[in-house]
Design a protein around this ligand. Sequence first.
Ligand SMILES: [Zn+2]
Length: 110
Amino acid sequence: MAVVDVQCPSCHTLDVVKYGRQPNGAQRYRCCNPECQRRIFLLDYHGRHDGHDLQRRIIEMALFGSGAMETAQLLGADADDVYQVYHKLTQFSWHPSMEPPAFHAMLAMR
Ligand SMILES: [Zn+2]
């Protein structure tokens, strides 16, 4: 069965294929959209346990428009950790109009 739930973080197409693995075992994907800027992307959450839940919650806060400092305070998280996640979101070309479920699927995909 093809990969159906992974979305390219750049162009949001579902037309992506598995593209080998990183040395640490994280699954790589390749976007099949010829016009896409980001051809190879990585959903590297697999196998990482520490901070996974916190990261998800930070992302959820970000999706609901919370600022980084506000998120850190509300979650009782370290501000540096929160900023790291926010920075990661910008690397995914995350945009406020992006549907949260799609974004979650993208990040949670193993
Ligand atoms: Zn793409």
